[in-house]
Ligand binder design. Sequence first.
Ligand code: AMP
Length: 218
Amino acid sequence: MRILFLGAPGAGKGTQCKKLSQKFDLLHLSSGDLLREAVKNGTPAGLAAKDFMDKGQLVPDNVLIDLFREKLSSPDCKNGFILDGFPRNRAQAESLDVLLTEIDAKLDCVIDLETRDQLLEERITGRRICPNKACGAVFHTKFSPSKKGDDCDQCGTALTQRSDDKPELVKQRLAIYHESTAPLIDFYKQKGLLKVVNGEGEQDKIFADLLDALKVNK
Ligand code: AMP
């Protein structure tokens, strides 16, 4: 399976992609995670991305395209993959088409995880993450708090907030989503690949709807 996820920041793409990748043993390629890792390791991609990420802006297309060219051509992708957060604009989507042709692969489905704007801000600003790479659990101060308060209830590490999840940057990230990324919904609709899944409500219900949309056994 080769699946691409669209959806605003806070729509729950990361959570659903993680569940899907575990269930079907698919490689989950999250552009945000890959960039944060690159920043942490001080790689050339990380150095190029850092300032843009700190300001809640899109990182230049060439950084993303190079990153995904390398990932998609690796043998790990042979059995399928889930793209989460890339592409985020028309130029990236067109480049992805070229990258897929280069590796002789086609997308099976594009999922748009649809969530109303008013919910997104609350979801993003309340998000807390476990920085322990081996764990990576995600919590929400209101909707899914850790049983251990400010520590991860799975591994005990102190939870953190992503610097770009602070309220002052969230509005800007949502505006960029509407301007640059949302038009991709039509782009993939016209290719006959788009499936819309309601991103509001219980995580398990959303996952069940997602499996229905993908027409795979639960
Ligand atoms: P995310 O974790 O998906 O919310 O991404 C975090 C940040 O990484 C974004 O606010 C952007 O600065 C950057 N980023 C992630 N994916 C892309 C992309 N496809 N194009 C440009 N910037 C990106």
